[in-house]
Design a protein around this ligand. Structure first.
Ligand SMILES: NC(=O)c1ccc[n+]([C@@H]2O[C@H](COP(=O)([O-])OP(=O)(O)OC[C@H]3O[C@@H](n4cnc5c(N)ncnc54)[C@H](OP(=O)(O)O)[C@@H]3O)[C@@H](O)[C@H]2O)c1
Length: 174
């Protein structure tokens, strides 16, 4: 069971140079091209988010299963949101829908999911932010890294950013 989760679970987030992911309940930047990459990458998957991350947008993203992890009753959420009480319950909901899961934040879910994942999409936004929500500095030593996309500052991108995909090597059979 755990092996299945390890193969299928992915993480995706965008952080500043100093590991900030949120400020005042919002993502601290507006980067439409980076958001489009997030949108494309997570389409046709199950996205798993904490309740505060859902409150940032309060919408259901189309073409994917939207799962919110919370202790609050399901009635507190809009139609189309599936509610789970824990990360394992969210993973089980995704599995029963035959959709590979993406954990998309915030801090606690990313930290809890990290030991279970083999694939992480990390965007580094080239700015220092004083926010209130930070992601752990995950150690990708030994993981295979590739650049998925990057932008310099231009009319569409207030800050430069780079998205890398990290793939964890599978343990060798002994
Ligand atoms: N830059 C990015 O990539 C990115 C991504 C996502 C979010 N954000 C930002 O990050 C901020 C929100 O993140 P956050 O870390 O403060 O909060 P969060 O994880 O989104 O939400 C926290 C709440 O989710 C529930 N929860 C989270 N982890 C849980 C777990 N393992 N088991 C059970 N319940 C769990 C609890 O809900 P209840 O209190 O309802 O029980 C908890 O109070 C916002 O500013 C948002 O815009 C940024």
């Amino acid at each position: 069971m755990i092996h299945l989760q390890m193969e299928a679970l992915s993480l995706i987030y965008a952080r500043s140079i100093n590991y900030c992911i949120g400020a005042g309940g919002r993502v601290p930047w507006e980067l439409p091209d980076e958001y489009a990459l997030f949108e494309r990458t997570t389409r046709n998957h199950a996205i798993i988010m904490g309740r505060a991350s859902w409150e940032d947008h309060r919408t259901t993203l189309p073409d994917r299963l939207n799962i919110v992890v919370t202790s609050r009753p399901a009635a507190a959420f809009s139609k189309g949101i599936r509610v789970a009480r824990s990360l394992p319950e969210a993973l089980s909901l995704a599995r029963s829908s035959n959709l590979a899961p993406f954990v998309i934040g915030g801090t606690r879910l990313l930290a809890e999911a990290m030991p279970l994942t083999t694939r992480v999409f990390e965007t580094i936004v080239d700015v220092e932010v004083e926010g209130d929500t930070y992601v752990d500095a995950f150690d990708f030593t030994g993981w295979h890294a590739s650049v998925v996309d990057q932008r310099g500052i231009d009319a569409n991108n207030r800050y430069a950013w780079t998205t890398r995909r990290y793939q964890k090597p599978m343990p060798k059979e002994t």
